[in-house]
Write a protein that binds this ligand. Structure first.
Ligand SMILES: *[C@@H]1O[C@H](CO)[C@@H](O)[C@H](O)[C@H]1NC(C)=O
Ligand SMILES: *[C@@H]1O[C@H](CO)[C@@H](O)[C@H](O)[C@H]1NC(C)=O
Ligand SMILES: *[C@@H]1O[C@H](CO)[C@@H](O)[C@H](O)[C@H]1NC(C)=O
Ligand SMILES: *[C@@H]1O[C@H](CO)[C@@H](O)[C@H](O)[C@H]1NC(C)=O
Ligand SMILES: *[C@@H]1O[C@H](CO)[C@@H](O)[C@H](O)[C@H]1NC(C)=O
Ligand SMILES: *[C@@H]1O[C@H](CO)[C@@H](O)[C@H](O)[C@H]1NC(C)=O
Length: 614
């Protein structure tokens, strides 16, 4: 990679460069070309692929530096008219860094090509097999600017475009894909790691080394490893369409295409549409747990049911999941229940009809009768779809568990933990049961307030306590492939406050009875190894049930997003419960399914506890 002295810069930007540059020299060994904005002449390359708006050419005089891509995109919807794959061409043009959004990484390209001359035709075009003709993609880190963890705070401390670090393709995923940008590559034995997006763009891994592979063939994120080895396959260059019905674990024919940067991600644009060879099964495992209808063995589920309204088409399917897969647990933490008028913005806040419709649907399928409890929010104060007034709710089987001295609060009542001196021990009491936790705290602005409850299980000597959460979502975040490093973890500041308020409430229960049985569950919208959750655990002394139950790290997921299978939904349990052999299982009815079969964007989870107490 050649560099020109700084004094030449102003001059060079006005004049065409005298000597022809190689494609590797134009790309350089950084993200942004040092020739950006300048005119280049007689650039020579082998035409490896044609697309609707340009061509990709590969250097005929490659260097030995793995950091400098030998391929480049020539942007023009006419340049390809008289050219054929296999032509060696020379052309003049302008080096340009392009992005369609300020949050994205730039694509280096040659625009306004002219003086296009064919030097020879019929040359062999061989794609680079990733992991064979190239090094393998790094499996752990994305960028040297992430400080070792893409979830480090503060977010957006630096921008790739501003720092323009030297590429280190061995260690950093973004550097790896940037070092191949413009190249024609082949992915051997590709496998889908989630359903495609609405355009058919599909995240895959090839036959290279992958960390975090789960038993179903997805790739699960873990502490400091968010899977930069996964790549998205974009729109085929020949105008065909990728299948929309693929799903986690499907195997495909080898994919050949060009590496680019578009819509916020490095991507491979395949020459033709993805073809499935072996579809994966989407049949999820049902709950392996059996309730004894006694405190000795109580089943507890949790499910984000995605904007559930009385008339939702997916309501009967949610009921089916609760019956067939969760096996009608004794207690269910539900999130995202809308009011009786759904998303109609009319001041209605009661969800009695929504919950009655769900309970009736479960009864019709199973003959199991659930009771429910929830607290209506103040209209349009809890975020989510306008007018929907989503909230958390509990369904419970009153033949097995019941609210302990019920005294429901209203939207603005803050339930307090108070000691009550019993005969043998002090039992924490909730002033409102169920009651919302500190609902006027600004931690909950435009977000769901957690719902605390105290319960008595059949046969138990003392109550147990639950907190049902649905913290602020990651909306407003930036892509893991984005310009800002570390990427913006949307609303992390809100979740940090929410972790403190929720955790401090539970700490009050534990202060009165360190042996209390407490379960906090729901959609925390955060990963267990990221600061809001570690804060929550430190403040509350609660333990991640994935950890307490010993689930393999790769099987800890309830959601599939971009390149990762991940856990936004959790159960956390008090030390007394954690040491009493709890069991836990995530039920992948949604994350394994093809898009048409998905009922909610989250998977439900199910646990088995001994809630008798000591
Ligand atoms: C342009 O490139 C071609 C092919 O690489 C080479 O044969 C030719 O000499 C170059 N012309 C100039 C003016 O550099
Ligand atoms: C393609 O070739 C035709 C015939 O030589 C010519 O008229 C036309 O301008 C060429 N198009 C481009 C984009 O070079
Ligand atoms: C990063 O880029 C964004 C968008 O262009 C800009 O607003 C921000 O100030 C930049 N941040 C840094 C740290 O350079
Ligand atoms: C909802 O149901 C509860 C309990 O059945 C009842 O007390 C309450 O009045 C109902 N709310 C509305 C708005 O119907
Ligand atoms: C449904 O449950 C009720 C109450 O437990 C019981 O009396 C009835 O026989 C059950 N019906 C069926 C069809 O199982
Ligand atoms: C939690 O909030 C309290 C009260 O605002 C504050 O004093 C404390 O430092 C916070 N704790 C953490 C870990 O953020």
């Amino acid at each position: 990679m050649k560099s020109i002295p700084a004094v030449c810069w102003a001059f060079a930007s006005l004049q065409p460069l005298a000597a022809a540059l190689t494609i590797a020299e134009i790309n350089g060994n950084k993200f942004i070309s040092q020739y950006s904005g300048q005119t280049v002449t007689n650039v020579t390359g082998l035409l490896v692929a044609k697309g609707p708006n340009g061509i990709w050419i590969r250097s005929t005089t490659p260097d030995n530096d793995p950091a400098t891509s030998e391929g480049i995109y020539v942007f023009s919807n006419t340049v390809g008219a008289n050219l054929t794959v296999g032509d060696i061409v020379t052309l003049d043009g302008r080096v340009q860094e392009y992005r369609s959004n300020a949050n994205y990484i730039y694509l280096t390209e040659i625009s306004s090509p002219r003086n296009i001359r064919i030097q020879s035709s019929g040359n062999t075009v061989s794609p680079l097999v990733i992991g064979q003709d190239t090094i393998s993609p790094p499996t752990v880190q994305y960028s040297s600017l992430d400080g070792g963890d893409i979830y480090n705070l503060p977010n957006a401390a630096a921008n790739i475009s501003a720092v323009n670090p030297v590429l280190d393709p061995t260690n950093y995923g973004l550097d790896f894909w940037e070092s191949l940008c413009g190249e024609l590559v082949t992915v051997r034995n590709p496998r889908a790691i989630k359903v495609p997006n609405s355009y058919g763009d599909t995240w895959v891994v090839g036959d290279w080394a992958v960390t975090g592979t789960n038993a179903h063939g997805g790739v699960t994120m873990s502490d400091k490893d968010s899977n930069p080895e996964v790549i998205i396959i974009g729109s085929p260059l020949d105008g065909t369409n990728n299948p929309k019905g693929s799903k986690m674990g499907d195997q495909f024919e080898d994919i050949t295409g060009v590496v680019t940067q578009a819509y916020g991600f490095y991507a491979i644009l395949p020459l033709t549409a993805i073809k499935t060879t072996v579809p994966a099964s989407a049949a999820a495992d049902p709950s392996p747990f059996t309730s004894r209808k006694h405190c000795k063995a109580i089943t507890v589920g949790s499910y984000n049911v995605e904007n559930l309204a009385p008339t939702s088409a997916h309501l009967p399917k949610v009921a089916g999941h609760i019956v067939d897969y969760l096996k009608t647990p004794d207690l269910i933490f539900i999130q995202e229940v809308q009011d009786d008028s759904g998303a109609t913005n009319n001041g209605v806040v009661s969800a009695n009809k929504t919950l009655t419709t769900l309970v009736d649907a479960i009864k019709a399928l199973s003959n199991v009768t659930y009771a429910f409890t929830n607290i209506d929010p103040v209209a349009n104060q809890d975020g989510g779809q306008e007018g929907g007034n989503i909230r958390v709710a509990y369904l419970y089987r009153p033949d097995v568990i019941d609210l302990y001295k019920p005294n429901p609060g209203t939207a603005l009542d803050a339930t307090q933990v108070t000691p009550r001196n019993g005969k043998c021990s002090k039992a924490p009491m909730l002033s409102f049961n169920p009651g919302r936790i500190d609902p006027t705290n600004d931690a909950w602005t435009r977000s769901r307030k957690p719902l605390a409850a105290a319960w008595k299980a059949k046969g138990a000597r003392k109550p147990f306590y639950t907190v049902n959460v649905h913290w602020s979502s990651k909306g407003g975040g930036t892509s893991l492939h984005g310009d800002m490093r570390p990427p913006v973890n949307g609303a992390v500041e809100s979740r940090l406050k929410q972790a403190n308020v929720t955790g401090s409430f539970i700490a009050q229960i534990m202060a009165i009875d360190p042996e209390a049985n407490v379960i906090a569950a729901g959609d925390f919208n955060e990963f267990s190894f990221v600061k809001p959750m570690s804060d929550f655990s430190a403040i509350s002394k609660m333990v991640d049930l994935d950890e307490a139950a010993g689930l393999p790290i790769a099987e800890r997921y309830t959601y599939a997003y971009d390149m990762n299978a991940q856990a936004l939904d959790h159960m956390y349990v008090s030390p007394a419960l954690a040491k009493n052999k709890p069991e836990f299982h995530h039920i992948h009815v949604n994350s394994w399914a093809a898009d048409a079969d998905v009922v909610s964007d989250h998977d439900p989870s199910i646990a088995l506890f001994d809630l008798c107490g000591h």
